[in-house]
Design a protein. Structure first.
Length: 327
């Protein structure tokens, strides 16, 4: 018997079935996802090194070249782009689509370690790397003009030096990892962006807050102090230890807590006996007592957002707290 015989013998049922499939297809058509570009994640890693005050030529020969020599030996590299500017070098590595990004990151770290002996001894820190997404790059850049304001009163950030074409300080903070690293750079001994440079003052809004306060100095016990950190006005470090961190205004850190490599946004509260590492604490978060963040990735992923580089983002919603908008 032919496969088409049942449909020929039952024309009404065949017609209804055809109409049903047509209507289902028409309804599902509107639900089909549409994207201008295919969803392809290219394994990409960015390596950056800094040497404050060095010219672009020095960065290219003394920093970028040794790194390129070692990074070029990594298996699966399909494209390597290097850019050297005043005091900074950046190398973008793109790998085969079938290359595991975590394995590539380990190879990159090994290559950086191998190149360290060939780099300048006065570099403030080792070159660092981060996983990036090429799709995060802007697809449109706007330029503004004015019909009512003269050009003499219009100012723009000089992204490139007109004479040397060297790029000035610029950091892409489009994701949590980039935002975290850009803030961490500020606590370096000689950061590329020097907030204390009198020749280039930064004018911005700052709320009127009292100076930061460090309280308690018990021998062998509670002692409020911060090392290699930036602590804004209104903060109180009460018998806690803050290391390599950046605290925005009105942050409170209670007794016996330890912060290491943290970015804490305004109004956050850190309870007693907390231990937090490699984290971004959103504004007005109230971290409960005895909270541990940054030690166990699996546990952190159950409660918070963890980036590919292991940075933990904590927001009030993740803590089950109401988000309060400051005035």
């Amino acid at each position: 018997m032919s496969i088409s015989a049942p449909f020929i013998n039952r024309p009404v049922a065949t017609t209804l079935l055809t109409l049903g499939l047509a209507f289902a297809g028409a309804a599902a058509f509107r639900l089909l996802p549409v994207a201008p570009l295919p969803q392809v994640d290219f394994p990409t890693i960015s390596v950056t090194g800094s040497l404050p005050g060095a010219s672009p030529e020095t960065m290219a020969t003394a920093v970028a070249t040794p790194l390129e020599r070692q990074l070029g030996r990594i298996a699966g590299v399909t494209e390597m782009t290097s850019t050297s500017t005043l005091g900074s070098s950046s190398i973008i590595l793109q790998f085969d689509l079938n290359r595991n990004i975590d394995g590539a990151a380990r190879d990159v770290q090994a290559a950086i370690n191998a190149a360290r002996s060939q780099l300048p001894a006065n570099m403030p820190s080792n070159p660092n790397y981060r996983k990036v997404n090429p799709a995060d790059a802007p697809v449109l850049i706007l330029a503004l003009t004015s019909d009512t304001m003269p050009k003499g009163r219009m100012y723009a950030y000089p992204f490139l030096d007109v004479k040397t074409r060297a790029q000035h300080y610029w950091r892409d903070v489009g994701n949590v990892d980039a935002y975290f690293e850009a803030n961490m750079e500020l606590v370096y001994i000689n950061p590329e962006l020097n907030l204390y440079d009198d020749n280039w003052p930064i004018w911005t809004f700052q709320p009127q807050t009292p100076p930061a306060k460090f309280v308690l100095d018990e021998e062998g016990g509670r002692r409020g102090h911060a090392v290699n950190s930036m602590v804004s006005g209104g903060c109180i470090i009460s018998g806690a230890y803050v290391n390599q961190s950046l605290l925005f205004s009105d942050v409170r850190v209670d007794s016996h807590s330890k912060l290491h490599r943290c970015v804490v946004l305004p109004g956050a509260r850190i309870g007693h006996h907390c231990r937090i590492t490699n984290a971004v604490i959103d504004e007005r978060c109230a971290i409960p007592d005895n909270t541990i963040i940054g030690d166990d990735r699996a546990e952190d992923e159950k409660r918070f957002y963890v980036t590919k580089n292991g940075i933990v983002l904590v927001t009030p919603d993740m803590l089950g707290q109401e988000t309060v908008v400051g005035i």
